[in-house]
Design a protein around this ligand. Structure first.
Ligand code: HEC
Length: 124
């Protein structure tokens, strides 16, 4: 019984994608409340920060009409689950000189849930 369970757990681990944790988009929406002072998920609606509609799969610093810092413009990061996870852990460390003033999300579950939310909201 235990051996069978271990085999299944191992198979699940091997099959899981880049992120060890799969996020919950509904919980991620609540985490996004911390971003909403500066960001929307509505296409073309920039606030203090650029719109995050369609952020997954795009290159950093590429929203038309948004005045990025040179640091973000030059970073040329492809935003995917892995790079967003790294950036959101500590934005200033990933993109030094960025004008995003946000300390970061230290909790991996918060990041995974938020990224799931951004992925689902981006499909609008
Ligand atoms: C105090 C305002 C503020 C808060 C809060 C904030 N951001 Fe930002 N964000 C910005 C600004 C300003 C930029 C542009 C940075 C630059 O040009 O250096 C940015 C850039 C970004 C980018 C890069 C976008 C692109 O087009 O390349 C991502 C991704 C991002 N923020 C995600 C988030 C998430 C997710 C949260 C919440 C956990 C968050 N931000 C919280 C202001 C903020």
């Amino acid at each position: 019984m235990i051996a069978k369970f271990t085999a299944i757990a191992a198979a699940v681990l091997i099959a899981s994608p880049v992120l060890a944790q799969t996020g919950d988009a509904a919980k991620g929406k609540a985490v996004f409340a911390r971003c909403m002072a500066c960001h929307t998920v509505d296409p073309g609606v920039n606030r203090l920060g650029p719109s995050l509609a369609g952020v997954i799969g795009r290159t950093s610093g590429s929203v038309p009409g948004f005045a990025y810092s040179p640091a973000m413009k030059n970073a040329k990061i492809r935003w995917d689950a892995k790079s967003l996870d790294a950036f959101l852990t500590k934005p200033a460390a990933q993109v030094p000189g960025s004008k995003m003033i946000f300390a970061g999300l230290p909790n991996p579950a918060d990041r995974a849930n938020l990224i799931a939310y951004l992925a689902s909201a981006s499909k609008k």
